[in-house]
Design a protein around this ligand. Structure first.
Ligand code: TYD
Ligand code: MG
Length: 481
């Protein structure tokens, strides 16, 4: 008999509990706990009179549970080394995707690609599908199946034309029935399967409509079993939803092997692909793409993309300073803008910087560097809507404020790296070398660093850039302004 286990799952974070709570214990969201029946199937008889009490997908996916026994460690067939296992991805675009995936595609993995509707998930996955099918590094083409529950094959075809995909081995299919999808895909022995999107597919026999919590969870589990049994990597697209009734990708994060999120502003063509979970690699990785008229393109030198246009102009504005931040293993140069308005109320508005951090830096500037900011309204902004979470940006924030307050523009070609302590002292930050190397490569002429790091930075032997070590904020002001 089909046993139904009932639980309550938070739609927002995926936390599950045996009983209902008004407030989610994991993420503190109110009223998001939703009733969920695990393996809820319509217990009864099907058309042929057989009793249906088990999950439907199990019926067609071969089950070897009776034959499987615990194995001694040395008897476990590990195949080849995990790393050699990865399917390499070729070209600039491929390299960008591969890095986010932690080096390449691991056979049998289930990858969830989440993002806001319209951000470019379908486009990205169609391009990835073509890339895998072409298999430049493997030397030969192999089938890849792209299944959409949202678009017809003609619509996907149009998109492929637009992105100039001509791959022979790319198979398109339009369906929303998981069983049907897997049944049609398996005989092709594809190198990868793409399912767009989890919110549109359903599993026969599972209660609830497509996009509902039960369906979303059961479909994902079915795809996971499929991936593990066949060793075919599966990409799953999920829309991030705001309302609670349609289960968002967050609920699935713990089921899948890899979770990638695609981010981007409507106003900008830049798209970021961020890995937030990876069973096979690092999770700090970030891929940078640009949405063009013909699909997504890898941005080869993303370091400069967070600089405003003005910065490249010859006339300098006061209140702008450049910080060097790390995201994953990459270095980015970002611009911080400050505006000090004398005489106005001492209101503060910060954008992209933690308010408490900004307050601290402003107080230190007043107390330890003697800046009379008391009567000033201070506005802070990080260009491009990036949020600065690293303390490595402290010095650039302070420099931007000084620059605006003193109405002294900082010449272009100067970068700031360092954390500020309550005594106004500058402290070193992790990965100094990498940061300094990046700004040198980008053609910056001066880099202000904490005194403690000066020696080792000079030891790098970078000739094009001048390294200036400062003990505290007072020294920075004397050196720069
Ligand atoms: P899409 O991949 O459909 O987004 P999602 O699947 O995440 O909902 O991308 C939609 C947007 O991308 C749409 O606004 C059009 C734009 N786009 C381009 O700018 N260039 C292109 O080559 C393609 C295919 C789409
Ligand atoms: Mg889409």
């Amino acid at each position: 008999k089909g046993k139904i286990k009932t639980s309550w799952v938070c739609c927002k974070c995926g936390y599950s509990d045996g009983q209902w709570w008004g407030i989610c214990k994991a993420c503190d969201s109110v009223g998001t706990m939703t009733h969920f029946s695990e393996g809820s199937v319509n217990v009864g008889r099907n058309r042929r009179g057989f009793e249906v009490s088990e999950n439907v997908v199990r019926a067609w996916l071969p089950q070897h549970s009776a034959e499987a026994v615990p194995l001694r460690l040395r008897d476990v067939n590990r195949g080849i080394n995990q790393l050699d296992w990865r399917i390499p991805l070729y070209g600039l675009f491929g390299a960008e995707v591969a890095r986010v995936l932690g080096g390449g595609l691991v056979p049998g993995c289930l990858v969830l690609v989440g993002g806001d509707p319209g951000v470019g998930k379908s486009t990205l996955l169609l391009q990835i599908a073509a890339l895998i099918a072409e298999g430049h590094n493997v030397g030969e083409q192999a089938p890849v199946v792209y299944v959409s529950g949202e678009e017809s094959v003609e619509q996907i075809g149009n998109r492929a034309d637009r992105t100039r995909i001509v791959t022979e081995e790319l198979y398109l299919y339009s369906s929303t029935d998981i069983e049907d999808i897997l049944k049609k895909a398996q005989p092709l022995s594809p190198r990868a399967l793409i399912v767009d999107s989890i919110q549109t597919v359903y599993l026969r026999g599972v209660t609830g409509s497509a996009g509902g919590l039960s369906q979303v969870k059961e479909c994902t589990s079915a795809l996971l079993r499929f991936a593990k049994k066949t060793n075919i990597p599966v990409f799953l697209i999920g829309h991030v939803t705001k309302s609670g009734d349609i289960a968002g990708p967050r609920v699935l994060e713990h089921i899948v092997d890899v979770v990638l999120y695609m981010e981007g502003e409507k106003s900008s063509s830049h798209r970021l692909l961020r890995s937030v979970k990876n069973r096979f690699g690092s999770t700090d990785e970030l891929g940078v793409f640009a949405m063009s008229q013909s699909g997504l393109q890898a941005v080869s030198n993303p370091s400069e993309m967070f600089l405003s246009e003005q910065h490249s102009d010859s006339e300098f504005l006061a209140g702008i300073a450049v910080a060097v931040i790390m995201d994953g293993s990459r270095t980015f140069v970002i611009e911080i803008q400050a505006l000090c308005v004398a005489g106005s109320s001492s209101s503060r508005q910060v954008n992209g910087v933690q308010a408490s951090r900004a307050d601290m830096i402003i107080s230190v500037l007043m107390k330890q560097a003697g800046l009379k900011l008391q009567e000033n309204g201070i506005y802070l902004n990080v260009v491009s809507g990036v949020s600065l979470i690293e303390t490595a940006g402290d010095l650039a924030i302070a420099a931007a404020i000084c620059s605006s307050f003193l109405e002294f523009p900082i010449p272009s070609g100067v970068a700031f790296i360092g954390e500020i302590g309550l005594g106004g002292e500058l402290r070193g930050v992790p990965r100094m070398e990498k940061r300094v190397n990046t700004v040198a490569k980008l053609g910056y002429k001066k880099c202000i660093v904490p005194k403690s790091a000066e020696k080792s930075m000079l030891a790098l032997g970078l000739e094009e850039i001048m390294i200036l070590g400062c003990k505290n904020l007072k020294e920075v002001i004397h050196t720069v302004f």
